[in-house]
Design a protein around this ligand. Structure first.
Ligand code: TXD
Length: 315
């Protein structure tokens, strides 16, 4: 039986998600947006592209939540992106209101879906989405670590002129300046990165990874990154739909893991057909632990700001 992926938000990332899902024939697609014309236009355009390579995928564009009924996966990008000079946190109040509406639509039509949130500020928005929707925490996850890790790997591959496939790494913590790239958990052809790159160079690459989103926002002037975020979201959706049980760095609900309680943070998780099936606890040295806790603190601080905007989140 063909799976159904609904994309809430048919903007830059939503449209790219739809196209990637269609070229991979991963599932039928519903593109949902309050700007119905954007959803319908992109769905029709991508549907017409399936004839070129004979991809067997149905695409629908809509602004009616009834059309997302019984989705297997829902990927949420509804919201506004950053403009140059804005931080991800500047998007909080606008995107919080949007996500409350989206959560209502999901709860009503697809309470059994696996929900991947992409909207920024990611760690707080995914936490709000889970609270507003009431879906089980293991079925609501945030996409950030896969993107941040792909940026980190790309910069390393450029520096060392090695194929990206030869690099294993992960980035933990929040999606923002406090993210925690993990050089001690980074290898190239199984060789520890610290034996291949100078400390100075590694620091620069880590800094560029932290600012990876802002670098693209500056170039684009209008809008933010969308190809790599979409590819990252599809990687997570595919692991769920095909039960691949991939270990992926995602914003997941922690309930004691890593010594952290009742907050979403970027950690390695196993994604299979039950959703987040396991939080993978890796050994952190004191510096990594400190950085991780710092990152979690910034998420908690911003969530407290979210509660000030909407006290419904306090429950
Ligand atoms: O790694 C990550 N998680 C980040 C996330 C990487 C890059 C971008 N990140 C964030 O994703 C970005 O800061 C935004 O908050 C979201 C979506 O970014 P995108 O570039 O796709 O934004 P667009 O092109 O503005 O698309 C947003 C769409 C747009 O078409 C609006 O009409 C629609 O969202 N929108 C809504 N859809 C449904 N329901 C409501 N209420 C709604 N409001 C706006």
């Amino acid at each position: 039986m063909k799976k159904k992926i609904s994309l809430i938000g048919a903007g830059q990332i939503g449209g790219t998600l739809a196209h990637l899902i269609s070229t991979k024939e991963l599932a039928d697609v519903v593109l949902f947006d309050v700007a119905e014309g954007i959803a319908k236009g992109k769905a029709l355009d991508i549907a017409q592209s399936t004839a070129v390579d004979g991809h067997d995928v149905n695409l629908v564009g809509t602004s009616n939540y009834e059309d997302i009924k019984n989705s297997d996966v829902i990927i949420v990008t509804a919201g506004i992106p950053r403009k140059p000079g804005m931080t991800r946190d500047d998007l909080l109040s606008t995107n919080l209101k949007i996500i409350k509406e989206v959560a209502k639509g999901i709860k009503k039509t697809s309470p059994n879906a696996f929900v991947i949130c992409i909207t920024n500020p990611l760690d707080v928005i995914v936490m709000a989405l889970q609270k507003y929707s009431g879906l089980p925490a293991n079925k609501v996850v945030g996409m950030a670590g896969v993107l941040d890790t792909s940026r980190f790997k790309y910069f390393l591959s450029q520096e060392l002129k090695v194929p990206i496939k030869s690099i294993n790494s992960l980035v933990l913590g929040g999606h923002g300046d406090t993210m925690v790239p993990m050089p001690n958990h980074t290898t190239i052809n199984d060789k520890p990165i610290k034996k291949l790159v100078s400390e100075e160079k590694l620091k620069l690459i880590i800094e560029r990874t932290r600012k990876g989103g802002a670098e693209i926002v500056k170039f684009l002037e209008k809008g933010s990154a969308f190809y790599a975020p979409a590819a990252s979201g599809v990687d997570m959706a595919e692991s769920y739909i095909k039960n691949l049980k991939k270990i992926l760095p995602c914003a997941a609900y922690l309930n004691g893991e890593y010594g952290v309680q009742n907050v979403y943070a970027g950690v390695p998780v196993i994604i299979g057909n039950k959703g987040v099936e396991k939080i993978v606890e890796i050994k952190l040295n004191s510096n990594e632990k400190e950085n991780f806790i710092n990152s979690v603190k910034s998420v908690k601080d911003l969530f407290n700001a979210a509660i000030k905007i909407d006290s419904d989140l306090a429950n």
